[in-house]
Design a protein around this ligand. Structure first.
Ligand code: SF4
Length: 882
């Protein structure tokens, strides 16, 4: 089978992937050694891509109100409904909501249709939830949405400052690049600024566990310190930057109160400020911890102020660096896929820019004002102002704040189209028309990663019959709406050429995004296009921005902004005493539509959880593995308690991924208020407040089966979480009543005729254990108890499909002569925590590499290396004490 070079569809690192299809619809996956983002590395998610493709559960035909339909009928229906809404209520009565999963070519035609033909700017995207504050901060400071630096700067820096960024789990390959650079140059210092201790802290020489939301104060303190130290008024700042004195003034006004605002000690602040001040080559990396805030834009500008004031920008090894969450968040920004941007970093508010775009498109109209940003867009649906909505490649009924409200808003919209690869998502269930989209491996186009590198995503699988790439679906609808000539593209390359041509006009108008050097690219050259960092013009290719002190403002000077600390939108109070932080886990992606299909990825963390500080656990009377209900003003969730001092007292952390397909009440965004940044419109997804209660259940169940488990089939079930395993399914459940488990369990586990059931129960203690054996193989197991079930999941799951001793299986742990591997740490080689701890002791291992040499753990994707280091530290503590 032929190997195809393509790009990972997950995070904004944009790793190159070599995919070799197998004969069964899957593919062997390797990192592309020639791709400049990863040079052959892949993280756990990228490595498991082969498990996430295939046709299981796919949407393979359009549906109109739940009935299969032809593409022609679906397209006609969409065009009629959109045209009717526009005719009756005007262009602003319709909206598109897209995604950083869309390819640049998809995004380009959607933006062109909305802004140049429909004539409104109501096209927004889930990138609004991700990095809109960075876009706004860049534009305020630089006059353009420009990422100045490159990935090489991360390796060349002497000081890396990570702000609000769990790079080890969210951008693992960048984390690995920094870890390797630090191993080569131990003089490199890493500072991790995050309220929570994360896997990334493992790499850090200093972890500053600041108060949530106090980043502006922290960086204002730094600016004041730089000014006092005489480091803030050098030639670069004096010649190229406005607003220096005002910004320093604002920073100094806050400097007296820094310990109270940031929660850090004077010593911690002094160390950080001194290091930053004396280190020329400093890169400040920031992501969602900065952006997802009601002060997100000000936080970005507080960081940019420090780099502008010192001239530490645009030169090797230094600069501010926003890392994007999604594979094509940057491409979306480039085509104007946000409601407040025009194509190619041109401005909606600028009449010359509007005219240039309309002339280039030869379009009948052009939007004249910004459209609705994500939160406002769904509110407009709830208010009845949006009459027709098209959602592409995203799942806002899970990922938006106030997710239940958003779900109701979409349901209330008179006409909703959803394009997706799966029919049964929380959002897909609300669609009037479902359009089957091409998935990763089937579609073709370009994406842009966090350091402006444009890479090809190439198809290596046949397009399943009945599905279409998004650009084709959009162009078909545009044609049916009456604009066939303007959307008659025959290939993504044709769209790309048009996009590149428009960028040349943007370049002439003084914009940063200019890839006009690719405007004449042939189909063949597009097919073979190597990763290319923009800009690409007749005179320039790639490189850094701003070392010359020339910015993209009208006077070409950068702007420092006097910003001040603001409290988060909600403060903990008697009713909601805990701060709710959210984020990603290592092995899942967004709303799990792909990663949950992978048994490998599902074994690291198999259910939604809340990190709760031990002091709070005491306060609420919680034991490890209890279930808890977290309630915000707009909804509640039920998740497993993980008691840990990684999170601060008074704060809980919950991952963002779980949906209604994989858990009963794990959609954390239902409990998050939709407070937004006033400039960027980005919601505060890390700063809501909640109350906590122990979830009381009469029974708890852990089950694993080779047959599909249907949690709702258990009577009285009030909580469940489902996950895939190599041999089938696993579930955690809890509920009320006291069913007769021995009678119920076999059917629940999918007993077939001929299967043998083995069980025992202890009615006094309310516990029961049931195992099913088919053809002498363990088929499934079921453990019920009055308290959370304490069995070795790893052992039980590994025994399914084996000729295992049923009694040993029902004991829930292996016999003394067989070790229990413990919870999975290394997904690639399926190595558990107990195995690793035993090996450390038994072999006297003292480094992660030594663990790898003995167990292979951490030697493939490397995503588990921070956890290996933690296990090593844990094992070494008692040794050191001995
Ligand atoms: Fe994909 Fe991982 Fe690379 Fe991100 S770091 S692009 S998820 S392989």
């Amino acid at each position: 089978m032929r190997t195809t070079a393509t790009t990972c569809p997950y995070c904004g690192v944009g790793c190159g992937v070599l995919a070799t299809p197998d004969a069964t619809g899957g593919a062997a996956i390797q990192g592309d050694p020639d791709h400049p983002a990863n040079f052959g590395r892949l993280c756990s998610k990228g490595s498991a891509l082969g498990e996430t493709i295939g046709l299981e559960g796919r949407l393979l035909r359009p549906q109109i109100r739940g009935q299969d339909a032809t593409w022609k009928a679906a397209v006609t229906e969409i065009a009629q409904k959109f045209n009717a809404a526009i005719a009756e209520y005007g262009p602003e009565s319709v909206a598109f909501y897209g995604s950083g999963q869309l390819l640049t070519e998809d995004y380009y035609v959607a933006n062109k249709l909305m802004k140049g033909y429909i004539g409104a700017a109501n096209i927004d995207t889930n990138s609004r939830l991700c990095m809109a504050s960075s876009v706004a901060g860049h534009k305020r400071a630089f006059g353009s949405d420009t990422v100045p630096g490159t990935y090489e700067d991360l390796e060349e820096a002497d000081l890396i400052v990570l702000v609000g960024s769990n790079l080890a789990w969210c951008h693992p390959v960048l984390y690995q690049r920094i870890a390797e650079a630090k191993a080569t140059r131990p003089g490199m210092t890493v500072i991790n600024i995050d309220p929570r201790r994360t896997a990334t802290s493992d790499l850090a020489d200093m972890h500053l566990a600041l108060e949530p939301g106090s980043d502006v104060a922290l960086f204002n303190g730094l600016l004041a310190h730089l000014a006092t130290a005489g480091a803030a008024e050098g030639r670069f700042a004096r010649s190229n930057v406005d607003g220096l004195e005002q910004s320093i003034g604002a920073a100094r006004a806050e400097a007296e109160d820094l310990c109270r605002l940031t929660g850090l000690t004077a010593t911690e602040l002094a160390r950080f400020y001194a290091l930053w001040t004396r280190t020329e080559k400093v890169v400040t990396i920031y992501s969602q911890g900065v952006n997802q805030s009601t002060s997100g834009t000000d936080k970005v500008n507080a960081i940019l102020n420090c780099h502008l004031a010192t001239g530490r920008i645009g030169r090797p090894g230094m600069g501010p660096f926003s890392v994007t969450g999604q594979p094509n968040a940057m491409g979306g920004r480039e085509v104007g896929g946000l409601a407040n941007m025009l194509a190619c970093h041109l401005e909606i508010d600028n009449p010359d820019h509007r005219e240039a775009v309309q002339t280039y498109w030869q379009s009948p109209t052009i939007c004249t004002k910004p459209g609705l940003k994500a939160v406002d867009l769904f509110q407009a649906c709830a208010d009845g102002k949006i009459k027709a909505l098209w959602i592409l490649s995203t799942n806002p009924a899970v990922s938006m704040p106030e997710a239940d409200h958003v779900r109701s808003a979409i349901a209330a919209c008179p006409f909703t189209v959803v394009s997706d690869i799966l029919p049964d998502t929380d959002t897909g269930r609300l669609a009037d028309v479902l359009l089957p989209a091409a998935g990763w491996g089937e579609k073709s186009g370009t994406v842009t990663n966090s350091d402006r590198t444009i890479s090809r995503q190439r198809a290596f699988l046949d397009m399943p019959k009945g599905v279409k790439p998004d650009w084709q679906a959009i162009c078909s609808v545009a044609a049916a709406m009456g604009w066939g000539d303007a959307f008659s593209y025959e290939s993504p390359s044709e769209i790309f050429r048009e996009h590149a041509g428009l960028s040349g006009i943007a370049g002439q108008l003084g914009r940063d995004f200019d890839i006009s050097g690719l405007a004449e690219i042939s189909d063949r050259a597009y097919d073979t296009l190597a990763p290319t960092r923009w800009p690409v013009t007749a005179t320039r290719r790639g490189g850094r921005f701003f070392a010359d002190g020339r910015f993209f403002t009208p006077d070409r000077r950068a702007k420092m902004l006097p910003v001040r600390h603001r409290a988060l939108a909600a403060e903990p109070c008697e009713r909601f005493p805990l701060r709710l932080n959210t984020g990603r886990v290592r092995d899942h992606w967004h709303t799990m539509t792909r990663t949950a299909r992978s048994p490998k990825l599902s074994q690291h963390i198999a259910e939604p959880y809340a990190e709760i500080h031990p002091a709070d656990a005491d306060r609420y009377g919680l034991c490890p593995a209890d279930l808890v209900t977290l309630t915000g003003d707009t909804g509640h969730i039920v998740v497993r308690a993980l008691i840990t001092d990684r999170t601060q007292a008074g704060t809980v952390f919950v991952p963002m991924h779980w949906t209604s397909q994989w858990s009963s009440d794990g959609r954390v965004d239902v409990a998050i208020a939709a407070a937004t940044d006033p400039v960027s419109g980005q919601p505060e997804l890390k700063g809501s407040v909640v109350s906590l209660e122990k979830f009381h259940a009469d029974w708890f169940v852990f089950a694993a089966s080779r047959s599909e488990i249907k949690p709702a089939a258990l009577p009285g079930v009030g909580y469940w979480a489902l996950a895939r395993i190599e041999t089938g399914w696993r579930a955690e459940l809890a509920g009320t009543g006291m069913p007769d488990w021995r009678a119920l369990a076999p059917a629940f586990l999918g007993a077939e005729a001929g299967s043998r059931s083995v069980s025992f129960s202890d009615p006094e203690r309310g516990s029961a254990r049931v195992g099913l054996v088919e053809a002498d193989m363990a088929h499934s197991v079921f453990f019920a108890a009055r308290v959370p079930v304490g069995v070795s999941r790893a052992f039980v799951i590994s025994a399914l499909g084996q000729n295992a001793s049923v009694h040993e299986l029902l004991a829930g742990r292996p016999a003394a002569d067989r070790p229990d591997p413990g919870a999975t740490v290394c997904s690639c080689f399926d190595v558990g925590a107990n195995t690793i701890q035993s090996a450390i002791v038994e072999h006297g291992l003292s480094s992660v590499d030594e663990i790898g040499a003995v167990l292979r753990a951490g030697t493939n994707c490397g995503s588990c290396r921070p956890e290996l280091r933690q296990l090593l530290l844990k094992a070494q503590q008692p040794m050191a004490a001995e």
